[in-house]
Write a protein of this length. Sequence first.
Length: 212
Amino acid sequence: MDAKGNAIAASIRGIAQAEDIPVMGIAPAATLAGEPPGRRPEDLLPRARSLVSFGLPVPRGVYGETSHSAETIWRSQNLYYRRLDTVAVLLSALIEDSGEQAVPIFGCFPMGLNEKGEVMGYLNLIRMGEAAGIGTRGRNGLLLHPRYGSRLMLGGLVPPLLSQPSVTMTRTCLTAPPNAGSVRMPALSMRFPPTRSGWTSCDAWDTRRACP
């Protein structure tokens, strides 16, 4: 690791702190080498050597059982996606100022379809987060953080080689939600509009209520 890479990594952490991003990690891009063609770091940036993953925790009350929970969730996610995407662009611009290049990885759009016709982002942010040490995938398919549980919304970027922080993970809420009794853990499922009437529900919301 050269001094330039260390300096860029330090600047990234500084911006994350200034933007009140509480969770961030860096990992080698090679950790996603097994992803499908077209959805690997080097497919977005041929010189990619690192991954940066970061997250914002959604307040517990957003996923509460309220009379307008769906509307509250969608609005909260809209605001958080905008914030995460803005930080990803800011960090990419910072890296470009150093003479390198980076590609922001957005939390929502743009998206594409895989070979099964499933909607997917250009890179898998959950796997990026796991590789960067900020969480562990649970049986429900969500990224689980030791403090924030399944409530993290994620953003990221693909830069050149950066230093990696030392991260210690504790495996929390991986097999069943704490204090959830007999609550069933649904699989992560993002289903997109089957009709013109609008979006169907997302099973992940129920999981976040049960395992906050």
